[in-house]
Design a protein around this ligand. Sequence first.
Ligand SMILES: [Fe+2]
Length: 201
Amino acid sequence: MFEFNTHPPMVSHVQGSPVYIIDDFYKYPEEVEDLFWENELRYHKEGDPGYNGKLFHDMRHHFPNDNLWEVGEYLLDVCGAKYHGSGRDCLSNVFEYEGNDHIDNYWYPHLDAGYTALIYFEGTGTNLYATPNQFEVEECDSIPEHVKPWRSKEDYELLLTFEGKYNRLVLFNGKQFYHGADIYYSPVKRFNQVLFFTDEP
Ligand SMILES: [Fe+2]
């Protein structure tokens, strides 16, 4: 199911931090996609305040599969993080939106707990940003995710865009870099898998 190719990652450095790209990652990516779509898709942070399900559709699959451990072990070796953050949890990010907000804004730049891996199946990729000013940092921390997810491009310096190529895996330090979906056209539909890693047990 999760068999993957082990050709060496392409490595580049952003502000001194390695970022990895592994193209053609899964041997059978369509089987992985099918597995996700056999499982329930739910709104992310359902019940929280905000506009999810109204102005945009930010959704997740979340189900266990023990075969995913092996993928995580491999990626831990690549990035040098200490622990699995998501372990056997098969997590997706499914996002649909139509509108004009993407023209002057970036979608929800945020930090994760450590290294983050994404495997793209449909739609756009991911942007990495420089740390924004302190006011912006504090506002992002204090407002629920889906209340004000679109953040002015004026407050962010774009460092890198990973193109969302089919079956491409990207791995970067999500605790160091503000990052978020690269929404540059509308209507858009995105579907990718996400794995998290951490240095904290
Ligand atoms: Fe993230």
